[in-house]
Design a protein around this ligand. Structure first.
Ligand code: MG
Length: 298
């Protein structure tokens, strides 16, 4: 099942379910007022929705509504992991200034603020007065369904609700100038496009089969499969949940493959008007344009 948060032409926020991407769906807001309510309801909620839509005619044309981020206002920061594809780690070697590191033995976690989350087709708030090195990172995001702490790897997938696409927009120079940390430079307002839908995990029997691609202005820059992850999704959930409770609706970005702008020779950074398309065979596509330069408005 694909689950959407949408806005109608009348301006009301609704929840929709669909069997296919970007076509017809069912408005399920009367059952579950928000997609977070569906996630919190888990398997039972999905069964209720499946039952409801079996007998009803689709009443939402997904091409005629505004598709928002599936969770427009996350309950807390978005969890992210860096350096989770070997080729991406390697493409940064020699480009991190005096902040070179060995390939880590444990996942490198950081977060992006809730205000970073935007939906498909919303322009990225680009500001050259803040950074001149804006970059893209196409990623698969995991949506946590069941709460848990100290989750075992073998049990981790039972805590997953589904998946969506993400773009971990980054300001490379800001990451470096604040000591190589990953909050400043990764947590700008509007720097985390998410969507278009949450695809429930039953539709992805083998999570390693998920594909991820990122195109800039029509040119493929990143292309990978989740088989290439250094730390698998169960391992990420295990490590992140050690001594820290994960909650229904938590969002975890699983890292970006090689092909980012700063890894190119010479590096190529995003410019106003650039179109970024993050896509996956199973999860649809997430399109965002880099907005006009906000420098003059600072
Ligand atoms: Mg990233």
């Amino acid at each position: 099942m694909k689950l959407y948060t949408i806005k109608t032409s009348a301006g009301s926020m609704r929840v929709a379910a669909s069997h296919s991407m970007d076509s017809m769906g069912w408005d399920i807001t009367s059952l579950f007022p928000s997609l977070l309510d569906v996630i919190r309801g888990g398997e039972e909620a999905l069964q209720i929705i499946a039952q409801e839509i079996k007998s009803k005619t689709p009443d939402v044309n997904l091409n005629e509504v505004t598709i928002l981020a599936p969770i427009p206002e996350p309950i807390r920061n978005v969890y992210c992991v860096g350096w989770n594809y070997l080729k991406h780690f390697n493409e940064g070697i020699g480009r991190r200034g005096d902040q070179e590191v060995e390939l880590p033995q444990y996942p490198t976690f950081f977060t992006k603020s809730t205000r970073a989350v935007i939906g498909p087709n919303v322009p990225i708030p680009y500001d050259s007065g803040f950074s001149e090195r804006w970059d893209y990172e196409g990623e698969i995001a995991v949506i946590i369904g069941r709460s848990g702490i100290n989750i075992k790897e073998h049990d981790a997938m039972s805590h997953v609700f589904g998946y969506t696409l993400a773009n971990d927009v980054s300001a490379r120079d800001v990451q470096r100038r604040h000591g190589g940390q990953w909050l400043k430079g990764k947590s700008m307002d509007g720097s985390c496009p998410l969507g278009p839908a949450i695809v429930t995990k039953d539709e992805i029997p083998e999570v390693q089969d998920l594909t991820i691609r990122c195109e800039i202005n029509g040119e493929t820059r990143q292309e990978a499969r989740l088989t290439q992850l250094i730390f698998s999704i169960p391992r990420l959930i295990h490590d992140l949940s050690e001594a820290m409770t994960l909650l229904p609706g938590d969002i975890l970005l699983t890292g970006t493959p090689d092909g980012v702008g700063f890894g190119r020779t010479p590096p190529v950074y995003l410019q106003p008007g650039d179109t970024m398309v993050v896509s996956s065979e199973q999860l649809g596509q997430l399109v965002n344009v880099v907005g006009p330069d906000l420098k003059e408005k600072r």
